[in-house]
Design a protein around this ligand. Structure first.
Ligand SMILES: *[C@@H]1O[C@H](CO)[C@@H](O)[C@H](O)[C@H]1NC(C)=O
Ligand SMILES: *[C@@H]1O[C@H](CO)[C@@H](O)[C@H](O)[C@H]1NC(C)=O
Ligand SMILES: *[C@@H]1O[C@H](CO)[C@@H](O)[C@H](O)[C@H]1NC(C)=O
Length: 179
């Protein structure tokens, strides 16, 4: 009973707050509406909503910027994890594959954090999108390199995360190109 009352109160408060904000101001509705235009809306809402500051985003460009940060975060963390794995597997059969993956991820990190970021900031959305999709290719390249290597199958999870996040960033940036 108490819970139902507080839920109702929260909803009332939320309604009051959102009606006092300008229409363009972001809320969960704006995020889901924008995410609905991407290939995987559920994934988009989940990742974007979790990103700090996303509730203050008020334009599609703001959300695309967050998409780019999500992809950059994935690239830099994964590059580090894979490089670490490669360093500790020297002399083992999977070392060569992990070196291929490390190079791919370091390039991807540069593509997203430097190239795509600079393109995005100066309004070159097509250029930014291209670099994000090239970064996504790192995951494919790495996946091919580790094919059949059961001992490093955990790297496949990393590749999926990378594909997912770069795909999301690309979808959101592409919304800006069509305008
Ligand atoms: C998502 O898009 C579809 C079709 O374009 C529409 O029917 C649906 O209502 C939209 N959902 C949201 C949450 O905007
Ligand atoms: C969306 O992404 C999630 C998480 O990766 C995945 O489980 C789901 O199958 C995807 N949905 C579509 C329609 O691709
Ligand atoms: C792996 O080794 C290289 C070369 O020694 C080094 O530059 C790099 O920082 C190492 N990576 C990690 C994650 O420790």
């Amino acid at each position: 009973m108490a819970t139902a009352t507080s839920v109702a109160l929260v909803l009332l408060l939320l309604a009051a707050v959102s009606s006092s904000l300008p229409a363009a101001d972001a809320d969960a509705g704006f995020i889901s509406q924008t995410c609905n235009k991407t290939k995987n809306a559920t994934l988009c809402v989940a990742l974007v909503s979790l990103w700090p500051g996303s509730a203050r985003a008020s334009t599609e460009r703001d959300l695309a910027g967050i998409g780019l940060l999500i992809a950059a975060d994935a690239a830099s963390h994964r590059a580090e994890v894979i490089s670490d794995l490669a360093n500790s597997s020297q002399g083992m059969p999977e070392w060569g594959a992990l070196v291929v993956c490390t190079r791919a991820y370091l390039d991807a990190d540069k593509d997203v954090e430097l190239g795509a970021r600079q393109g995005f900031d100066r309004g070159d959305y097509a250029g930014a999108s291209k670099l994000v999709s090239r970064a996504k290719g790192a995951a494919d390249g790495c996946e091919k390199a580790i094919k059949g290597m059961a001992r490093i199958s955990s790297v496949s999870v990393i590749n999926s995360l990378m594909t997912e996040r770069c795909g999301l960033a690309g979808d959101l940036i592409d919304l800006l190109i069509r305008k």
